[in-house]
Ligand binder design. Structure first.
Ligand SMILES: *Cc1c(COP(=O)(O)O)cnc(C)c1O
Length: 396
């Protein structure tokens, strides 16, 4: 039996599918309604909204000593990752990037654009970077000043072990930056339990807002040193920070409606019970999804403790009648948008557990998948042996 979610979940309007994707995702109707009014970006009401948003986001990391500040940046999540890297990494820095999927690779690509020296530990499609490997890499290369890690690597859904990584990074006297885009708001990055210099996330993931901006939460002492470092005017975190603190305004046109929607999303987040309650609902979503899909015969790429409550990768069945596009279309017809996989070795698809949805919705997803397999004439969802062999590389 699954416990009922404490938060009231309303279905999307008729004809609108559930987005089982890692953002943009399904939002509450009150979040959408919050966009039905115009705001003057220079006006005191909008400035107050921005100030409140920054302070509420700082509350989510438990910054009781006021050591951090929150700097929103216009654009998608990638914009704010780039902004963080350009502003928090000195031009003479050397960064170790922990890669196990598309978002880690994007960090490397960004550092190449920025001309910042870097080295990588690449674990392939989904294997987790472990503390011992990071410690060894730091010891072998004393020039490394910073480490970048992706919290939940959304391309496989793996929950990377950021706590053990943080411990070895600071034991070695280096600094950590975290891309917590798809985890922030549902999985803790509380500064009393994990040390880092900056973390980034965006409006359209676990806070359940709509897309349009991201935010850097950074240590003030690091923010102060970021002056003049960024290659980019619009992505300069220090400039945005100092200007916002001085005038209360964003430097360039803010996504006013998106911010208004985000305030409603933050209100719902708090009402639900904050980070732990949000994480619990997503974990329950994942549990119902995974148990149901396994019952049909699907296999997950990951097993505990790596299986995040954010998004789950399933192997495609090896059955000759299974075609992802047909499966996708038939799921969409039943009101569910799923997501293609991103593994290079075996074919897969992904189903997100985040967004304004509860376990009863996930049960409907499972029922739809069972239905669709029957419709396609796929009588076994078992993956190819190669997939199971691949998965056996994953030790706890
Ligand atoms: C979503 C996401 C991003 C940002 O992607 P955008 O498409 O630019 O919003 C970055 N890192 C991770 C881990 C993500 O899940």
């Amino acid at each position: 039996m699954t416990s009922r979610s404490k938060t009231h979940i309303s279905p999307p309007p008729a004809g609108e599918p559930y987005l089982l994707t890692p953002g943009p995702l399904t939002t509450a109707s009150s979040v959408k309604q919050a966009m039905q009014r115009d705001w003057g970006s220079w006006d005191g009401d909008f400035r107050a909204m921005t100030a409140k948003m920054r302070s509420e986001l700082l509350d989510l990391i438990g910054d009781t000593n006021s050591e951090f500040d929150c700097v929103p940046i216009q654009g998608s999540g990638t914009f704010v990752v780039e902004a963080m890297l350009a502003s928090f990494l000195p031009r003479q820095s050397r960064t170790l990037v922990l890669v196990n999927g598309a978002y880690g690779k994007r960090v490397v690509e960004t550092l190449t654009y920025l001309g910042r020296a870097h080295t990588i530990i690449d674990k392939g499609d989904y294997l987790p970077p472990r503390a011992s490997e990071v410690a060894a890499a730091l010891e072998a290369d004393p020039d490394i000043t910073h480490v970048v890690v992706v919290h939940c690597e959304t391309s496989s859904g793996i929950l990377n072990p950021i706590s053990e990584i943080s411990d070895v990074v600071y034991k070695a006297g280096r600094k950590l930056l975290i891309d917590s885009m798809s985890a922030f708001g549902a999985l803790s990055v509380d500064v009393s339990t994990i040390r880092y210099e900056a973390v980034v996330a965006s409006s359209n993931k676990c806070i359940e807002g709509v897309p349009g901006f991201g935010f850097v939460i950074g240590r003030k002492s690091e923010l102060e040193q970021a002056k003049g470092r960024s290659h980019s005017l619009s992505l300069d975190v220090h400039a945005q920070w100092t200007n916002m603190n001085k005038t209360g305004q964003w430097r360039f046109t803010p996504p006013t409606h998106v911010v208004a929607a985000f305030m409603e999303a933050l209100r719902l987040h708090k009402e639900e019970g904050g980070v732990s309650a949000r994480g619990d609902r997503y974990a329950e979503n994942r549990n119902v999804l995974v148990a149901g899909m396994r019952d049909i015969g699907f296999e997950t790429l990951l097993t505990e403790p790596w299986l995040s409550p954010i998004i789950v990768t399933f192997f495609n069945p090896v059955h000759s009648a299974f075609e992802f596009q047909k499966f996708y279309d038939a799921m969409k017809q039943r009101g569910f948008i799923i997501y293609p996989g991103k593994l290079t070795v075996v074919d897969s698809f992904r189903i997100g557990c985040i967004g304004h949805m509860d376990a009863s919705v996930m049960q409907q997803v499972v029922d739809a998948a069972r239905d669709v397999l029957a419709e396609l004439g796929v009588d076994s969802a078992r993956p190819p042996e190669a997939a199971l062999l691949e998965r056996s590389k994953l030790a706890a």
